[in-house]
Design a protein. Structure first.
Length: 288
């Protein structure tokens, strides 16, 4: 009887152990599955934010004067610290607001392509990074960004860019279980061709369109390789560049891709549970 009681006790402990392990695995799986991506409405510029239970990652900060808006968006979402900040390239409509973000929020890591540029906007960004006390990590193909929740890999620039700053754009691919997002910065067709030639996996459910829908990006072979369900276009209403261009819009329509535009929808929210992605306009999320 004594041995029988001992065996039953041991069996009970084993069952509890495995139930606990399964519960912990389920909780870990849940942690990995909750991801929200915001395409902030910053007018004619770019600013995208990735939020998980463990990460707060900002990609670009809009034009000069938009930094305060980006900070207000982040604070409205309860963000006081960024685990990573990515400056895709030195164009003012991407990095203009980042000096303000760096001044107002704690930032753990900063990524940017290693390209020389001499504008006052770029110098302001570099000075703000220096005052934050962090070192810029080079954004290039093969660099991974630490995360406990998702997989984050910079897949471009594949090689050094040209005098066209857009060709230096950092391209980020984020994977959350079965869901994938691809953030293109202002990467041109040259970068798209390099990615395809390198045989890199570019397939994504959501594609943040390169260069605000300019016809210097979003070639048909690239769109077909990515094969997204939805395309995010960060663009200002009535902008002088006439972005997005009709050729790009026609190409997206021909591929059956649903288009989400910040000039019409305001800030756009994508919520991924690792299996499905839901999308909604967040016009209630305003900078002031």
């Amino acid at each position: 009887m004594k041995w029988a009681s001992t065996i039953l006790l041991l069996l009970g402990l084993i069952v509890i152990f495995y139930m606990t392990r399964e519960d912990e695995a389920q909780r870990t799986d849940d942690t990995r599955s909750e991801v929200t991506v915001y395409g902030f409405d910053v007018g004619q510029g770019d600013s995208t934010f990735i939020q998980t239970k463990t990460d707060a990652i900002l990609i670009d900060g809009g034009n000069n004067g938009k930094g305060d808006d980006v900070v207000r968006y982040l604070r409205a979402l309860g963000v006081t610290r960024l685990t990573a900040l990515i400056a895709t390239h030195p164009d003012a409509d991407h990095i203009g607001g980042l000096d303000t973000v760096l001044e107002e929020l704690d930032v753990e890591r900063v990524y940017a392509p290693r390209v020389n540029h001499t504008t006052e906007t770029y110098r302001d960004f570099l000075l703000a990074v220096k005052e934050e006390g962090v070192t810029i990590k080079t954004a290039k193909a093969g660099v991974t960004i630490p995360s406990e929740s998702v997989e984050l890999e910079i897949i471009a620039p594949v090689t050094d860019g040209t005098s066209d700053l857009n060709s230096w754009s950092a391209v980020l691919r984020m994977t959350n279980k079965d869901n994938t997002f691809l953030f293109m910065g202002d990467a041109p067709i040259r970068t798209e061709q390099q990615l395809l030639k390198a045989g890199l996996d570019v397939k994504a459910d959501v594609l943040k369109i390169g260069h605000h829908g300019a016809d210097t990006s979003s070639s048909i072979p690239f769109l077909q390789a990515v094969h997204p369900t939805r395309a995010l276009i960060s663009v200002g209403e009535g902008n002088s560049y006439r972005h997005p261009r009709p050729t790009v819009m026609n190409a997206l329509a021909a591929e059956g891709i649903t288009i989400d535009r910040t000039d019409r929808m305001g800030t756009i929210e994508y919520t991924s549970d690792g299996t499905a992605i839901t999308v909604k306009s967040r016009k209630d999320l305003r900078p002031n």
